[in-house]
Every structure is written in C-alpha cells, then in structure tokens.
Ligand binder design. Structure first.
Ligand code: SAH
Ligand code: SF4
Length: 352
C-alpha cells in the first residue's frame, strides 16, 4: 500500500494522472492532506466517491501520526510518531549552518541489542519497522523542507533500533531515499552496533552508503560489559568484517565512541583504540555521553575529550568531538520517547 503522506506532490500528481484523473484532483487531494490534515478518505467530500473508494483500496493515509514535537534552540526538531499499532518511534531534523539538513531516523520500535548506556536499549525490542515506515520519516521531513525552499541533504540511521537487525527493510528504504528523494548514497549513513555478517553483506550490495560502527570500547571485556552484542561478534570478528567491507568498497568507515567519564575516556583506552584501528581508513566520532535514567554514567569534559583526540592522532587516526544536537529537547536516541511514556504514566492532575 502506498502511503499518501509519504509521497511528494509530483508523485501524487503522477499517481492520479496514471489513474486518468484530471489535474485539479491532485490539488484537491493535496489540500485535504496538508491543509485539513485529513485522517480519512470519507472527509474528502469534493472528491468523487469512486476516487475515494480507489484511494481507500490502494493507499493509506500515513503510517506516521505525530505524538510530540519539540524544537531546540539550536534548530533541531525532534519528533515522536505513533504508528498504526500504537508503537512510538523518534525522528530528528538537524539543520547545520553550512546548509546541510540531516534527518536522523529510526529503523525499529525499541531495540533488542541492550546496550547499557542507551535509552532505546533500556526499553527493549517491540518490532521491526516496515521499509515504508522507515522511508516515511525522511520523506515527511523532506516534504516540509521543500515547502520552505530547503532540501533534505543527509539521512542517518541513528534513531531508535539496530538497522542491521532489520536489514532488508532498511536496505529497501535506503534505496528509496536514493531514488525517490534524490539523496546520494554517500549522504546516507547506516550506524550499526556491529552485526558482523551484515557488514559483510553490505559489502556485496554495490551501494556507496557511509557505514558507522558503534564501538565505545576497544577491549572485549569492556565492550561485552557495555554491549552484549560483543559476546556474539567480538572485536576481532567485527574488525575483520570492517576490513572486508573496506576492501570491497574503498569507503572510509566511521567509528562512534560515546565518551563516558572515567570509563572509556582514559589515554590508555585511546591507545587501545588507536592500535585497534591501525591500518584502516577510519574516522572516530567522539560523543560525550548523553546521560539516561537507566545508566549510571557522566559525559567526559571537553579538556579530557581533547586529550583523547590528541592521543588518537599519535596513531594517525582522525577524530572529532561531536556536540550532541538538541540536548535541550531530549534529542538523544530514545530519550524523548521515554519522556512521552513517563508523561503518559503520570496520572492527570487531580486524579486520586
Ligand atoms: N543501533 C545503532 C544506531 C542507533 S544508536 C547503533 O547502535 O549504532 C546511534 C548512536 O547513538 C550509536 O552510536 C549509539 O551507540 C549512540 N548512543 C546511544 N545511546 C547513547 C548515549 N546515551 N549517549 C551517547 N551516545 C549514545
Ligand atoms: Fe540498540 Fe543502538 Fe541503542 Fe545499542 S545503541 S541499544 S544497538 S539503538
């Protein structure tokens, strides 16, 4: 089923033209969607009954219903959507001064990987998202940006969920981001916790996406304690898969490292990381931990982060400390959804 809310105006016009409808029908339909925010086809009283019936049969009115939206002082817009079965997912728009517009989208409702520091991991797994549900998050943002003359330039699969645990749907969505929204594969980043066989599979796809690996520790004991997935595919196997991917694609790989004070931000850890990545075409993104209620850890301060970067540079590894966008709107992975759930559990004022 095609989701009308996931279609561009051109796509909508093309669909109705294909059905032999006159041009003004697509304008009427667009008005129902974006001025009246129609939730059913019955409301669209100026469309002929036959057209409404066909729309109801062959299309849907959005897989995404907005549950909460917050705008941060840095321009970040964070949203929680409710899916047709009630599941909640997050997506984020991050505008950058250089003109880039990046959408951070979810691949699953919840996540089964259980990383200790992650709000989504702390919720557990609910279900995979369909490729339409994944695509629609970016398509919605792209459409809104287009309306104000801006273009969605980048998409990162860094919202809720582990993309490689939902590999086929993610790849189908990625292909549509490329063909339907015109986002170059190089501007699409898939971030994975490190599911080695899927990294190998990606190497065979012939698609030039950017691969990001969430590492966070450079020794197996520490990584397994934070990220249970490491017990299944340890660092050696993970790095082997990355080398295979790099040999096949010649693409630089990004490694994500949440800097946690006193835990993985020492110079000793930096040296272990430097040694681990030796010989790879790699870049390290260091993100000071975004504290979550289910994990007892604090972000590294900027001075220590700078020392960590300098130590990595001694190994010839480039690294950047990233500012967490939208920190004032809970724009960390899974955090706004946790807040929405908390609010729902809180009884209304005056309740016994
Ligand atoms: N499941 C994928 C993608 C979603 S998470 C993955 O794990 O890679 C996106 C990024 O946010 C990952 O690098 C993840 O490790 C990181 N992350 C999760 N919780 C975080 C937190 N509390 N602080 C900082 N980074 C966090
Ligand atoms: Fe899942 Fe990624 Fe969170 Fe780990 S960090 S629990 S893989 S969403």
């Amino acid at each position: 089923m095609r989701d009308l809310y996931a279609m561009t105006r051109d796509q909508l016009e093309a669909l109705l033209a294909e059905w032999g409808e006159p041009r003004f029908r697509s304008k009427q339909l667009w008005t129902w969607l974006y001025e009246h925010k129609a939730g059913s086809f019955d409301e669209m009283t100026n469309l002929p009954k036959s057209l409404r019936a066909r729309l109801a049969e062959e299309t849907t009115l959005g897989t995404l219903t907005l549950a909460t939206e917050r705008q941060s002082t840095d321009g970040t817009v964070k949203r929680v959507y409710q899916l047709s079965d009630g599941q909640l997912i997050e997506s984020v728009l991050m505008p950058y001064r250089d003109g880039r517009r990046t959408a951070c989208i979810s691949s699953q409702a919840g996540c089964a990987m259980g990383c200790a520091f992650c709000a989504t991991g702390q919720m557990g797994f609910a279900r995979h998202l369909s490729s339409t549900e994944i695509f629609a998050q970016a398509a919605t943002i792209a459409r809104e940006l287009a309306e104000r003359g801006e273009r969605l330039s980048n998409v990162v699969l860094m919202g809720m969920g582990e993309p490689f645990h939902n590999y086929d749907n993610v790849m189908a969505a990625v292909r549509r981001l490329n063909t339907d929204l015109g986002i170059g594969a190089r501007h699409i980043t898939i971030s994975t916790v490190g599911i080695a066989p899927k990294i190998r599979q990606l190497a065979t796809e012939g698609i030039q996406v950017t691969l990001a690996i969430s590492l966070h520790a450079a020794r197996d004991a520490e990584r397994s304690a934070m990220m249970p997935v490491n017990r299944r595919w340890d660092l050696e196997e993970l790095l082997d898969a990355v080398r295979e991917y790099q040999a096949a694609t010649n693409r630089r790989v990004t490694f994500e490292w949440a800097l946690i004070a006193g835990k993985n931000d020492g110079l000793d850890e930096a040296r272990s990381l430097g040694r681990l990545l030796q010989g790879l075409d790699a870049h390290v993104n260091l993100i000071p931990l975004n504290p979550t209620s289910g994990y007892d850890g604090a972000p590294t301060d900027p001075e220590q982060a700078a020392r960590f970067v300098a130590e990595l540079e001694r190994f010839g590894i480039s690294a950047t400390v990233r500012v967490r966008r939208g920190i004032d709107v809970d724009a960390g992975c899974g955090q706004l959804k946790s807040e929405v759930l908390r609010r729902r559990r809180t009884p209304p004022e005056g309740a016994p």
